[in-house]
Write a protein that binds this ligand. Structure first.
Ligand code: FUB
Length: 304
């Protein structure tokens, strides 16, 4: 009897652990934060009927967990319709807390300026309600257009340095960052570019000890690569690849967090589900470990 209970317990534990973490909905572009001992996971929402067309993404979803295993679903908490100046395409986003307010930086397609843009919504609570904080885009393609693509201003990722300065990172093909003003809705100073090899998109900054880690999607199909520095302003030393291409999705958009003394690599994959693929992705989570020298061990993906 005891063995049977143990086996039942084990299979339940494996069931809640198994990737992708949500099997019945298609989630993408995960960005997680820790607030009050709870992980809030913000994701995009793939609604393409099949893998033949392109992304169909109208809103962003929120989930929370206190153990990284059991997730509470809070549903869509922000949509492209909340930005009057946008016309669709709820691509990658990132929420960050500052002084009790939660700022949700998002990628959307601009209604009147060609290409993608970055906007910001604000709330008093990680679950919202969120509303457009600026009434216009923070970054538009017009401000940075120097490539032939109109999606070079996507994938915002925000980071607070130890001195309390907030930075916005973003970009496709060209990696960019700028300081944010105290109000979080204006840039403070110039837009800088970052020189990292084979950069595609999905910048994510985290810090452990005195090392800054800049991870990003490289190549296409994408693998997540990373570089390290002793300063947020670089120079960046390329440190290699973190994972392989995630199943049959050419994008895998990572986020890296520490929670209860463990590190996690959160990404999306097209694998694991029969209807999964490039435009029907699903978020997965695997542990992330460091070597003695501060480098990150290759992620063993458990999603395939
Ligand atoms: O989800 C749409 C786009 O695909 C994101 O903005 C990119 O990072 C890639 O994951």
């Amino acid at each position: 009897m005891k063995i049977l209970l143990l086996l039942l317990g084990l299979s339940w534990a494996m069931a809640v652990n198994a990737n992708p973490i949500f099997k019945d909905i298609r989630t993408a572009d995960p960005a997680a934060i820790v607030h009050n001992d709870t992980v809030y996971l913000y994701t995009g929402h793939d609604e393409a009927p099949d893998n033949k067309g392109f992304f169909v993404m109208h809103d962003w979803l929120v989930f929370s967990s206190t153990d990284m295993l059991n997730w509470q679903r809070h549903g869509p908490k922000l949509s492209t319709k909340d930005f009057k100046w946008a016309k669709g395409d709820a691509w990658a986003s990132h929420v960050i807390e500052k002084s009790g307010k939660f700022y949700w930086f998002v990628t959307v397609r601009h209604a009147t300026i060609n290409g993608f843009a970055i906007g910001v919504a604000v709330a008093d609570n990680p679950l919202g309600p969120f509303k457009d904080a600026l009434g216009k885009a923070l970054i538009t393609n017009d401000m940075t257009t120097d490539t032939e693509i109109d999606w070079d201003d996507i994938d915002p990722a925000v980071f607070t340095d130890d001195d309390g300065q907030f930075y916005l990172f973003w970009g496709n093909t060209k990696a960019r960052y700028a300081k944010l003003k105290d109000n979080m809705i204006e840039l403070d100073g110039p837009i800088n570019t970052i020189d990292i090899p084979d950069f595609t998109e999905a910048l994510w900054m985290h810090k452990r000890g005195d090392i800054y880690y800049l991870s990003y999607a490289s190549g296409f199909p994408e693998k997540i690569a990373y570089a390290t520095s002793k300063s947020i302003h670089g120079p960046w030393q390329y440190r290699g690849i973190l994972n392989e291409v995630a199943g049959n999705s050419p994008t895998n958009h990572q986020s890296i967090i520490e929670f209860k003394d463990k590190w996690f690599f959160i990404y999306h994959t097209g694998a694991s589900q029969p209807d999964g693929g490039e435009f029907r992705r699903a978020v997965a989570i695997d542990p992330l470990y460091y070597n003695e020298d501060g480098s990150i061990k290759r992620i063993i993906m458990t999603s395939e």
